[in-house]
Design a protein around this ligand. Structure first.
Ligand code: ASP
Length: 354
């Protein structure tokens, strides 16, 4: 009897240990995956697409763009690395570019036909599908912050002009003097475009040839994935030089200039806004992933290399998907862009290859 009992105890212990071993190794595997997932974060930014020609780019200007994009993306990278949210990474990365005269956003925004600066921005949270946008604001230093406040502190998605600024005042925003947004370069660009416009009127040059074909855009945008698996995207711009009649582009339009959805990807656009609105660029990329099962890269290619040019538009996007894959697609001569992998290695490019 004792022998039989000992036998059963031995069998029980043997299997018990085996199970214990198995569950320990399973647990290890699960926790390794969890750590891998936890460590999976990423960020990608753009500083605008357009006719950026090598022959017009000095080494010092290129270095200045590289330094500023590096500074901007490093801010977002640190936030993500320390377990912060993709929304914070997107907002604060864009702030750096808004504060730099190199980009067409915040300080450095392009001029309207009337010689003022009207700023547009939007942001979207892929976890909740909440979004916020402002358009045509004239006194807000960092429009992306106000877009985020619209998302988080109002019951609306998009506010425009004086009303948006009233909302900002209520939140304690400082109203900037319009002179803050003045930069000589952008003012000269407006004068050049106005001259071409005059020639167009006199010699009947087509609108496209005179106005758009030589455009550099210069909007800024960011898409990020945080360690919690949440995606976010944001875009900020002064729009297009010589815009008139309170023209609003794609940047503040959710689905065109900005889109984020944890199920697919986060996208920020830059380019000829009218075409990006009509192609619903950012949402279309997400929809191609969601409904057609395309990868991010396939979807970005489809929209930027086929749909937008088929209509006659140009520009590009940066995007990141829920697994951290990045896409930087454009159909113009160049697009200022950068990404940083989770080891903090920077990739900075302007043209197709470099
Ligand atoms: N998409 C912007 C707009 O049309 C311009 C740009 O990206 O630079 O307002």
């Amino acid at each position: 009897m004792v022998k039989i009992l000992t036998y059963f105890i031995a069998i029980f212990l043997l299997f018990g240990c085996k199970n214990e071993e198995k569950s320990t190794s399973e647990r290890k595997k699960i926790s390794e995956n969890a750590t891998q997932k936890e460590e999976n974060f990423g960020i990608v930014i753009h500083g605008g697409a357009g006719t950026i020609l090598k022959e017009n780019m000095s080494d010092s200007l290129k270095a200045a763009y590289k330094a500023k994009l590096k500074e901007a993306i490093s801010v977002g990278y640190e936030i993500l690395k320390n377990g912060g949210t993709s929304l914070d990474a997107v907002t604060q990365t864009i702030n750096v570019m808004e504060d730099s005269p190199l980009f067409n956003a915040g300080k450095g925004a392009v001029f309207t036909h009337e010689g003022s600066n009207e700023l547009d921005a939007s942001i979207m949270d892929g976890a909740t599908l909440n979004a916020g946008a402002v358009a045509g604001v004239k006194h807000i230093k960092n429009p992306i912050d106000l877009a985020r406040d619209v998302m988080q502190n109002s019951e609306h998605v998009m506010l425009y002009g004086a009303g948006a600024e009233e909302f900002a005042k209520g939140l304690g925003y400082k109203m900037m003097d319009t002179s803050y947004f003045y930069t000589q370069n952008r003012y000269k660009s407006l004068q050049r475009v106005l001259e071409r416009e005059k020639a167009q009127n006199e010699k009947k040059i087509s609108f496209e040839d005179s106005y758009i074909k030589n455009s550099k855009f210069g909007t800024v945008g960011c898409a990020a994935l945080d360690k919690h698996g949440n995606l976010a995207a944001g875009t900020s711009t002064g729009g297009m030089t010589n815009k008139r009649w309170n023209r609003i582009g794609d940047a503040p339009i959710i689905g065109a200039g900005t889109y984020a959805n944890n199920a697919t990807c986060a996208v920020s656009s830059t380019g000829w806004g009218e075409y990006f609105i009509r192609s619903v660029v950012a949402y279309d990329i997400s929809a191609l992933m969601e409904y057609k099962g395309m990868t991010l890269q396939e979807a970005a290619y489809e929209v930027i290399q086929k749909k937008v040019p088929a209509l006659g538009g140009d520009g590009g996007i940066v995007a990141i998907d829920k697994d951290g894959n990045v896409a930087m697609e454009f159909n113009t001569a160049g697009m200022y862009r950068a990404t940083m992998n989770s080891e903090g290695e920077l990739v900075f490019k302007i043209y197709k290859e470099e």
